[in-house]
Write a protein that binds this ligand. Structure first.
Ligand code: ATP
Length: 266
């Protein structure tokens, strides 16, 4: 059953995302556990103010520069990311010359195919990692996430991993790859282990990645290197954590809570 979300509902956008995930679940794209994982993300989004923060924007810029400079970039796609932002995955891949590869923790052939079909419907020309196509293995990894394409994630120098698990992020970094994560939880192992962590909702970060890629794609490699060198992931994560701390301090001041819910941040 599809519900009508009132436009003036204070949580309209959040409810809209939930509906997209439920639809994705019913279409066999999102795993059951994906719905729960989204809930963990929502909690952090609430704490961050449900807006892309200035430090997330910095991370997005560094991420785009890293993707544009990469020789073999790959965008790794799971069910939640596909359900929330399939068209932006395809746009970003085109803009940065990246391959698209399906990679699932709860892997079934049906779900792989459903995700591939959705990506193709919104314009993907080639989708790696489905069924026998994921014939290579990431060493040291026990989960189904270990299965990768030999011309995709296995040999990539940069992998964008929206909504990742910490184990695989760590394994990919150990293989010498640069890992760009999108994760609302700045405390997660993924966030802490990635080379660049975008602490933002994947549904907001992906369109911004596309927009920034459009702006930066004609820059020289030297300029892109400067953007990357200026970025410090540990410091950026610290800024996101401080932002949460400040918001919690504001929320703790008597009488401020309702104002903050209306979107007032100072
Ligand atoms: P880790 O293994 O990295 O410590 P985890 O066990 O919390 O992380 P999972 O349960 O596999 O990871 O995945 C959920 C993660 O994805 C959470 O960290 C959550 O904050 C994040 N997440 C969920 N939905 C979104 C979203 N829409 N945008 C960004 N991040 C999200």
């Amino acid at each position: 059953m599809k519900i009508e979300i009132p436009k003036d509902h204070p949580r309209a956008e959040s409810l809209r995302l939930r509906e997209k995930l439920i639809e994705g679940f019913e279409a066999g794209i999102v795993a059951r556990a994906g719905l729960i994982a989204h809930g963990r993300g929502e909690a952090f989004d609430y704490l961050l103010g449900e807006k892309t923060t200035p430090c997330a924007k910095e991370a997005i810029k560094a991420a785009v520069a890293t993707l544009l400079i990469a020789k073999r970039p790959v965008i790794s796609v799971n069910g939640n990311t596909a359900a929330l932002t399939a068209n932006h995955i395809v746009a970003l891949a085109e803009m940065t010359n990246a391959k698209i590869e399906v990679n699932l923790f709860y892997r079934t052939a049906e779900r792989e195919e459903a995700i591939k079909k959705l990506l193709e419907k919104v314009g993907a020309k080639k989708v790696l990692g489905v069924r026998k196509d994921a014939s290579a293995c990431i060493p040291e990894l026990g989960s189904e996430r270990r299965r990768v394409n030999p011309q995709g994630i296995l040999v990539a120098d940069v992998v964008l991993v929206p909504l990742e698990d910490g184990d695989r992020t760590e394994a990919l970094v150990k293989m010498g790859k640069k890992v760009i994560a999108i994760d609302l939880n700045p405390f997660s192992r993924t966030a802490q282990k990635a080379t660049i962590t975008i602490v933002d909702n994947v549904s907001r970060a992906m369109p911004l990645l596309v927009q920034v890629a459009r702006e930066l794609r004609n820059e020289t490699p030297e300029k892109l290197q400067q953007v990357i060198q200026k970025f410090d992931n540990a410091q950026n994560l610290g800024e996101s954590i401080n932002l949460i701390k400040e918001r919690l301090s504001q929320l703790a001041v008597k009488g401020r809570f309702l104002d903050l819910q209306k979107g007032e941040t100072k």
